[in-house]
Design a protein around this ligand. Structure first.
Ligand SMILES: [Zn+2]
Length: 118
C-alpha cells in the first residue's frame, strides 16, 4: 500500500515512478518516450495513451454530474451555471491532461507493464 501511494505521489508530480527523479514531460504537452534519468520507457505500446485520456474523461464526467446536481438542488440560474461548469471543464481538461497521463503511467508501473529492464 505504501508503494502504491508512493508511485502515485511521484506520478502526480510528473516524476518517473521507477527512479523517482526523471521528469516525464519535456514540454507542456509532450511526454518523454524514455525517462531522462533511468531510461525506462513510459508508454511501451501505441494505445497506452488512452488510459490517461480515460482518467481525464472520467473526472470530467464527475464534474459534469456535480454541475447537474448543482442545477437541480440550487437556485443558481441555469445559463451562468452551464457556462461556469463548461468553462471549468474545458480548463480542467487541458490543465489535468499531463497529470492524467502520468497517473496512467503510474498504473502501468504498479501493474508491472513498465519495468527498468529495457
Ligand atoms: Zn526514471
Amino acid at each position: 500500500m505504501i508503494r502504491l501511494l508512493r508511485v502515485f505521489w511521484y506520478t502526480f508530480w510528473l516524476t518517473c515512478p521507477a527512479c523517482q527523479r526523471g521528469r516525464m514531460f519535456r514540454s507542456l504537452f509532450v511526454m518523454n518516450v524514455r525517462c531522462p534519468t533511468c531510461n525506462v520507457v513510459f508508454e511501451r505500446d501505441n494505445g497506452e495513451v488512452t488510459g490517461g485520456m480515460a482518467i481525464n474523461t472520467a473526472l470530467l464526467c464527475l464534474i459534469a454530474i456535480a454541475g447537474g446536481v448543482l442545477a437541480i438542488t440550487t437556485t443558481i440560474p441555469t445559463v451562468p451555471l452551464l457556462l461556469g461548469v463548461g468553462g471549468f471543464m474545458a480548463l480542467f481538461g487541458v490543465l489535468f491532461y499531463r497529470h492524467a497521463r502520468a497517473l496512467w503511467v503510474g498504473v502501468l508501473y504498479v501493474t508491472g507493464s513498465i519495468n527498468e529492464d529495457v
